[in-house]
Ligand binder design. Sequence first.
Ligand code: TYD
Ligand code: MG
Length: 467
Amino acid sequence: MAKAKTQFICQNCGTVHSRWAGKCDGCGEWNTIVEEDPMGGIGSGPGKAPKKGRPVTLTSLSGEIEEAPRIPTGMGELDRATGGGFVRGSAVLIGGDPGIGKSTLLMQAAAALARRGHRVIYVSGEEAVAQVRLRAQRLGAADTDVLLAAETNVEDILATISEGKRPDLVIIDSIQTLWSDTADSAPGTVTQVRTGVQAMIRYAKQTGATMVLVGHVTKEGQIAGPRVVEHMVDAVLYFEGDRGHHYRILRTVKNRFGPTDEIGVFEMSDKGLREVANPSELFLGERNEKAPGAAVFAGMEGTRPVLVEVQALVAATSLGTPRRAVVGWDSSRLAMILAVLEAHCGIRLGQHDVYLNVAGGYRISEPAADMAIASALVSSLAGIALPADCVYFGEVSLSGAVRPVAHTAQRLKEAEKLGFSAAVLPAASPDLPKGSAGKWREVDSLPDLVARIAGSRLKAPTGQEDG
Ligand code: TYD
Ligand code: MG
């Protein structure tokens, strides 16, 4: 092996540099490059005798499984997102835009747990005690036994929470304000955040207390600071929502102790967050059933069906390059649907602007929305309103075929529950309920769907449609 050389490694993305720099070219982060000795650490180089290890007992995959001990908050939507309550001894990261309601959510959770007799400590690094008290008053949580501290120093926080009886839950709001004496970089830097989070996680593992960490999100939608924080914790939840709308979604993106596709839905009111047990009613609240271009999508969020309206506006363009604007859906997925409509259904959209919006500021991530989107587009282009009592779902493939999606029965059940008596869905859907009252229209291809919605109206070979 060649002569040992020190390396400079970015602590955020792992890029190896030959010399120190203020900014990493790999990820663009500042102050993340640290000198490391490649001969040190794991698998140390020749010359150093490896430490003699202690053998551990090997075991089998079968055997008794211990259920992770949980502390449910009693807030149904929060417990759903965490998979049944906070797991003792685990670290949970809650990310979200500033002002979205993270502190509000956690203060409510803290109060709920304190009411159930748990010892909860709320450490605020961003707001002074008076501010936190004011919020607690507004939320009707001021009379609970939540213990409060305004502190940002990691060592001081650890000393505080280690004193007295072990807490059941510790909330750190937020990790970006943490700073430690042991890391010699400025507060808020990647190294500081990482050191602070590491110390908090170690405390959780050692004592069995649950550690809830709040993290702000950057413009790119990631938790500010190192990505590695997400790898270090046991669960990552994102609190999302549009500032212009009242509802908020708590989305699980990582969970070592439960499912990752669950969401909790809340509504922000003047007295804090209110749980929304039936999100479909919220997203269908302000429907105009006679307007062309609106289709109701029967979607799924984890184990829960969610009905949401998608709105399309297809209008003749005055620009050289027509506009494509999407809110709440994937824009490349829209481009794909438009291409399939052009190639297989003879619908020309080159002279049309296309705008697509998912109602209520909701975000759809399922490919099953393809059919609803296509229906909304065709409806807007043809100027024909879709039947008000019909839902749409199904995946569209590039060949123009429509493919079945999972959970057909559940989607239809939710639709029926909310008064939708018809559905347009893929042919050969596997778990189609037999003998139910609804009218299920099976379509096997996108041209079939277009013909059903617009008849021969869009079939003009010259491509002259009215919008
Ligand atoms: P906050 O929890 O401070 O957000 P974060 O911690 O994510 O930065 O909440 C911020 C917003 O919520 C603020 O703009 C005011 C609003 N809000 C209400 O509408 N009702 C309430 O009862 C509370 C406490 C806050
Ligand atoms: Mg806050």
